[in-house]
Design a protein around this ligand. Structure first.
Ligand code: ARG
Length: 588
């Protein structure tokens, strides 16, 4: 189905032609002055140059030619040359009925799906998940769902940080604590134990201890670097211990992502890139791209149009060790071989922008990916506390994700208990669902690239532009529909009727933007557009609800139309929150 704006543009373009002007001037947009009209066309201003005529005259000609067009109830040409358009209720309801009957509400999905990889999450194994990883998970999950809903073939890959110094640090610290372990005996030739020599709790204690000590103790740090090197070289004891760290960490990560309603199709990591590195580096050398500079191996990626200095992309350090760029490039080799994606979307902190620019340019230049493979980086801003500084615990430490989630669950639980008489178990379960919406909506409603302030009080409020407000609206609709059913009504068979007043018209006007909004959110990788849409829909619904007595309405035909409208509002809201990665309870 055409989006409503495209549909209107098509019609207005035809009228421009009828009035003797080029149809390309007929572009219709949402009105800047919703108090005057719902849509507008500014084409007359641009046409004025071509036709050497005052814009308002052109607008006037078009308005005259529009006479008799049923879809507008009012068309006016206003100075300096706008066309203000007020749309008819019949047309709107007709459009909404078509949406209701169409697959995915008439969204223009892709007939030929693109293969897309979304690289998000990116936690570092054995380091506790912290709030910085929260954004990648939340935004990435939404982006993935939106890409998929548009009809693409999408794979989400967590891309674990499992290959860096943190793994070596853990081994060094463990050697200090448990030197007798067979993993540390270079002459050991038996089978390593099946059971891991530590629990997750111990692991969480080991990493910070090791990291702190390495900052003060040079020798310790060198030992950790050597351990890292030995893992990467494949020394058997190190590899076996590395595997144990993975075995203990991954179930714990899964548990945390489950709580966030985030899931990955692939649980690959930086280490999976290793088998591709040597051949890739050879190719870069023999292709004449990589050269030695101060002992390191680099590829130039400067472009003539650069306005700032772009340093060469480093492929190997002087000691032959690989870097973050190396693993990302080799991961592209892996993905091309196993998935062959048309497009890759990376979601990470925006401070990694230069890293990704280097990787993308280098990959294109050296043929690691095809020239037409789309490489996108969605860099997100920092999540700050109320003081405007990066979010910390009350004590000033790094906030662990689990702690944060528990705090919000608790706050939501308190609010739900305060509001109603509900039993403990139900309140707990509901609190979890609403808390998830509070966190995710609080994050996603901001443009991803911007920093934002994580404000628990605001995010958990049932009023204003928040997740709980959206859920509350959905629950309210569910409750009306249930009551209607209980009193013998049939929601499924109810059909839309003509809008009867300004409040139901206003609701319909919001709902019909669905296709436009989803397409825009996909093209711009902008989940916040879906948030604004559902906020507008929720507001329009609530005004409608307060102005009309739906269940008490005596005109049964009118009531049925409203019930159908409610049903559709609920479906569209639920579809949108599912794309954003949360869901609504039945009651709250
Ligand atoms: N592990 C990285 C970090 O914590 C994020 C990984 C992002 N993805 C990637 N392909 N580099 O900063």
């Amino acid at each position: 189905m055409k989006t409503l704006l495209d549909e209107l543009t098509l019609r207005i373009s035809a009228v421009f032609e009828k009035a003797g002007y080029d149809g390309r001037y007929g572009k219709v947009t949402l009105s800047n002055r919703p108090d005057l009209c719902e849509f507008q066309c500014n084409g007359a201003m641009a046409a004025a140059k071509e036709y050497k005529k005052a814009p308002v005259m052109i607008a006037g000609d078009v308005a005259a030619a529009l006479e008799g067009e049923q879809i507008f109830i009012e068309v006016s040409a206003v100075a300096p040359g706008f066309l203000n358009l007020k749309i008819s209720k019949e047309f709107l309801v007709e459009y909404l009925s078509q949406m209701a009957g169409a697959d995915k509400y008439g969204l223009n999905t892709f007939d030929i799906p693109k293969k897309i990889v979304v690289d998000y999450g990116g936690p570092n194994v054995a380091k506790p998940l912290h709030v910085g990883h929260l954004r990648s998970a939340i935004i990435g999950e939404a982006v993935k769902r939106i890409c998929r809903y548009m009809g693409n073939d999408v794979t989400g890959d967590i891309h674990l940080g499992d290959w860096g110094l943190q793994m070596g640090l853990i081994m060094t610290e463990l050697r200090k604590r448990k030197p007798y372990l067979s993993y540390f005996d270079p002459d050991f030739s038996g089978e390593y134990p099946e059971e891991a020599p530590f629990s997750m709790e111990e692991l969480e204690d080991i990493y910070p201890a090791a990291s702190a000590r390495s900052k003060e103790d040079e020798e310790y740090k060198n030992e950790a670097m050597n351990d890292t090197f030995l893992i990467q070289q494949g020394e058997p004891g190190h590899v076996a211990l590395w595997q144990q760290i993975m075995n203990v960490s991954i179930p714990d990560l899964k548990k945390n992502y489950d709580k966030l309603n985030v899931s990955f199709e692939l649980w690959k990591g930086e280490s999976d890139a290793k088998p591709y590195i040597a051949e890739m580096v050879e190719g870069m050398k023999s292709g004449g791209y990589a050269y030695e500079s101060d002992g390191a191996l680099v590829v130039d990626i400067k472009e003539d149009t650069d306005t700032k200095e772009v340093p060469p992309c480093m492929i190997l350090k002087s000691d032959g060790a690989s870097l973050y760029t190396t693993t990302d490039l080799a991961t592209l080799v892996d993905r091309r071989k196993n998935i062959d994606p048309d497009k890759l979307i990376y979601i990470a902190d925006k401070r990694q922008e230069m890293h990704f620019m280097q990787v993308f340019r280098c990959a294109k230049k050296t043929g690691v990916v095809d020239k037409d493979t789309e490489l996108d980086f969605l860099g997100f801003g920092t999540m700050n506390g109320k003081d405007g500084k990066p979010f910390k615990t009350r004590e000033g430490g790094v906030m662990r994700l689990e702690t944060l989630l528990d705090e919000i669950d608790e706050e939501m639980y308190r609010k739900i208990r305060d509001n109603h008489e509900v039993d403990e178990e139900e309140a707990r379960a509901t609190a979890k669902i609403v808390a998830l919406a509070a966190i995710k909506y609080g994050d996603l409603s901001n443009q991803a690239t911007k920093d934002y302030i994580f404000d628990i009080d605001k995010f958990t409020s049932f009023e204003g532009n928040t997740g709980p407000y959206i859920l509350y609206t959905i629950v309210r609709i569910k409750s009306i529909l249930n009551k209607f059913t209980e009193s013998g009504g049939d929601v499924k068979s109810a059909g839309l009727r003509e809008a009867v007043n300004e409040t139901d018209k206003a609701l319909i006007l919001e709902l019909v933007k669905f296709g436009q909004v989803i397409e825009g959110a996909y093209e711009e990788l902008a989940p916040h557009k879906i948030c604004s849409y559902i906020y507008d829909v929720a507001n329009a619904f609530n005004s409608f609800y307060h102005e009309n007595r739906i269940l008490g309405e005596e005109d049964k035909s009118r009531q049925e139309g409203w019930i159908a409208l409610l049903g559709l509002t609920k479906e569209l809201l639920e579809t949108c929150i599912e794309l954003l990665g949360f869901y609504a309870p039945d009651r709250m």
